[in-house]
Ligand binder design. Sequence first.
Ligand code: HEM
Length: 397
Amino acid sequence: MNQAPRKYANYIPIRELKAVEQQLFPFQVYAELRSNTPVRYDEHRKCWDVFRYEDVQYVLKNPKLFSSARDRANTSMLTTDPPKHKQLRDLVNQAFTPRAIEALAPRIQEIADELITPHLQQGQMNLVDDLATPLPVIVIAELLGVPAEDRQKFKDWSDALVKGARDDSDEAFQELMEEKKRNQQELAVYFRAIMEERRQQPQDDLISLLLAAEIEGQKLSEEELVGFCILLLAAGNETTTNLITNAVRILAEQPELQQRLREHPEHIASAVEETLRYYPPIVAIGRLARETVELSGQTIQEGEQVISWVGSANRDGQVFEHAEQFIEDRKPNRHMGFGFGIHFCLGAPLARLEARVVLNTILQQMQGIKLVSETKLQPIQSAFVFGVKEYPIQFES
Ligand code: HEM
């Protein structure tokens, strides 16, 4: 297999999405690209972009043709291919069954209440900083068994894992890579120490469970376990923050939806799914072509990078009726907001539960949710993430 030829496609937005307004609402641009250049090579980023549902799904369901093993040093399941991928995933799957996750509901409700209640009287809240960011970090910290006093440190590490470069330059990119490496090393040291403690004295937490996990005589190595803990932070925290924020953004943009969901709380779960389709936290997923392959009439060469735009696929009118409308009880809803195929999001049951609990609580406690007027929304600077940096809301309680 070739060395990955480039490194920037993950960090530079496509040129059609340079303007802030478009980054805040990229879906019109996606629609144009989907119809004009459904599969195209970008000379600047040195990668292929794939925009239609059928093609995106084809890429994601064929790991033999499109590899996840990109230019990352770590050995996490996200960046491995079969058969190694299955071995890693089966070992941790036991901890992430919908049933195991559902048991966390009462504790997640408590955390949500603790974070929301102090703001109810003021009728205002900085959704991102006060709720959407801390909630997933606290949940994952508790799940892993990170002591409460380490939470701030833990949050800083978690934020640094998903930080973007300050600009497009080579220096900024190098700087970012070095910072990330240092950060990962610190986290690895930290997790190794917790593992040592749990080995001596197992607790009722994920790290203890994973230390004991075994399938057909195979266990996770210490390196794999550390890699997995870091992956959970990198893959789970910012994504869930954006799911919560994007969901509330839709409520504020479509006020009549608030009342409809209050009258039909049974639609909250499907409204979360529709958020994953309509405003997905992850809009693009990268792969590397392992063979030369034809896709919608274009020839992708072995070793070239392929970006699958799930944010575009999710709005494809060939698959979704009234694709540009948010329909809270849409059924079926075959969105790819959690990806597709063997790498389908491991944390999906947890992310869904957190979003459901938050939406339900917010709708019950707050009336007339609006974006604080005069707020200038700022998009998150990342080629792969769809979200805003801040989302201050006002409401009546
Ligand atoms: C994989 C999205 C939350 C853990 C993925 C993938 C996507 C995704 C699109 C597929 C990546 C690929 O195919 O290369 C999201 C979104 C989330 C979310 C939108 C929140 C709304 C979480 C949470 C966790 C998590 C809460 C864990 C606590 C993972 C892991 C993988 C993954 C471990 C890799 C699975 C594999 O390679 O087999 N996620 N995720 N995610 N996600 Fe999530």
